[in-house]
Design a binder for this molecule. Structure first.
Ligand code: ASP
Length: 466
């Protein structure tokens, strides 16, 4: 006999089946005992008529149970459960593997439990319904995106994880090279330059569910170290095309996966940066009509950002050159065509073709039309104070732009942040399978960890103790 998934048991009344799963709870009523058994598809009540099978069972044991599916007596039907009309009367039960008592309850929402312990035993934390459902929803969301964009003529293309450090905005993670001692790879802060090179390569419509790495302090809406974004780039498009595609994608996605949610205003309002600042005092305003309503989604676009901000010490540290200006989005964003002259006269007055996507007060994505004229790109490098040496780090891009570059632009909505907002979670960690702690520790694996002296020797690296 083959295994029956718990979700399929209600259609098997009167039949003998085998189910596998984890013991969710055991309730003894004198001689008779009830076991709730859980698999990834649901929970079923097992009836142990003589109480023999449940004697040596514990919570979270993995078992194989065999028996007949019977209708529950009328009084014992549970309309809240998908399998609430039926139960399995055990004829045979085998313990496949035992479990220690879990270090914390997994039948609660889990918010009350210490985060360190939840992260350390994440595989148990994921057994809790809320986290399991979050991860399943996440999988549905990425699947939907893949199908939607593939249907619109986009190609999913992977770009390297081992790449080069370039001053792009955040602090890089670096990886030592063994073959070229003293040289380092960097993990990509985003696939930005690769996706632009793919446009030069003529692929026209690219997307990737991309992992990005930034060594920045964590916040509730930004995990430490790595996050996932839907990275998109298109050729021969206007800013309006990018906004429209994103809007259509998310509207279709919400209709399919979150049918209970309602979007406050469609088409999504497009608000110039200056207006947002003056009316709402923020460039990511929360435009919900009723902030207590869990089902309301207020999307908005913020456009007409200034191309540059005044440079701060932080910008300099993260790789901008020494100058009065720092890119407000990133250095590949195109200036507004009407403002090109101001690049020489008054750079802070130049608007950029940048767009930010805002949802319920969170910035959930950003993008822009890119510079595709190598002369303008060099000018922007000069304005943000790049030295000749720093400019050399972008030779690949400037050279590529000499071989027939299409006008292009794109966007990168954050998957973790979008899910955090739409699922009403207080932190992005609640929608990630194995998040790190704020100390940067990936607890379940106890990373980062020291390496063997031989590994360091091979890389010609000496670690200074402080
Ligand atoms: N690469 C940008 C980012 O990660 C997004 C974009 O401009 O497409 O913020």
């Amino acid at each position: 006999m083959i295994r029956t998934l718990i979700k399929d048991t209600p259609s098997k009344t009167g039949q003998k089946v085998i189910v596998y799963g984890w013991v969710d709870s055991i309730r003894s009523h004198g001689k008779i005992a009830f076991i709730d058994l859980r698999d990834v598809t649901g929970v079923i009540q097992l009836v142990d008529l003589k109480g023999n099978f449940s004697k040596n069972l514990g919570n979270e044991f993995v078992v194989r149970a065999e028996g007949k599916i019977a209708n529950r007596p009328e009084k014992l039907k549970n309309p809240k459960l998908k399998t609430g009309q039926i139960e399995l009367v055990i004829e045979n039960l085998v313990v496949v593997s035992e479990s220690l008592e879990p270090p914390f309850p997994i039948d609660s929402e889990g918010y009350e439990i210490n985060e360190e312990s939840r992260t350390k035993f994440r595989y148990l934390d994921i057994r809790r319904k809320r986290i399991r459902n979050n991860l399943i929803t996440r999988s549905k969301v990425t699947n939907f995106i893949r199908n939607y964009l593939s249907g619109k003529g986009f190609y999913e293309i992977e770009t390297p994880i081992l790449t080069k450090t370039t001053p792009e905005g955040a602090r890089d993670f670096i990886v030592p090279s063994r073959l070229q001692k003293g040289k380092f790879y960097a993990l990509p802060q985003s696939p930005q330059q690769y996706k632009q090179l793919l446009m030069v390569a003529g692929l026209e419509r690219y997307f990737q569910i991309a992992r990005c790495f930034r060594d920045e302090d964590p916040r509730h809406d930004r995990a430490y170290g790595e996050f996932t974004q839907l990275d998109v780039e298109m050729s021969f498009v206007s800013q309006d095309d990018i906004l429209q595609l994103t809007e259509n994608l998310f509207t279709a996605l919400i209709g399919e996966i979150f049918p209970d949610k309602c979007i406050t205003e469609s088409p999504w309002p497009r608000i110039p940066h200056k207006t947002a600042k003056s009316i709402y005092g923020s460039d990511r305003p929360d435009l919900r009509k009723d902030k207590k309503d869990r089902n309301e989604l207020a999307f908005a676009w913020i456009i007409d950002f200034p191309l540059f901000n005044k440079q701060t010490k932080e910008d300099f540290f993260h790789g901008a050159g020494k100058s009065k200006f720092a890119p407000s989005h990133h250095m590949f964003t195109a200036p507004h065509p009407d403002d090109i002259k101001k690049l020489d006269q008054d750079p802070l007055k130049v608007r950029g073709l940048q767009h930010d996507l805002v949802l319920n007060g969170y910035e959930i994505g950003g993008g822009s039309i890119r510079i595709h004229d190598p002369k303008i790109q060099e000018k922007v490098f000069d304005l943000i104070g790049f030295t000749g040496e720093q400019k050399k780090q972008f030779t690949h891009l400037l050279t590529a732009f000499k071989y027939g570059v299409p006008p292009h632009g794109g966007i990168a909505p954050g998957i973790d942040r979008f899910l955090m907002v739409i699922l009403g979670e207080p932190s992005v960690r609640e929608v990630m399978a194995f998040p790190s702690l704020s100390s940067g520790t990936i607890s379940v694996m106890d990373a980062p960890s020291p390496v063997e002296p031989d590994q360091l020797k091979e890389l010609a690296i000496k670690v200074e103790k402080d």
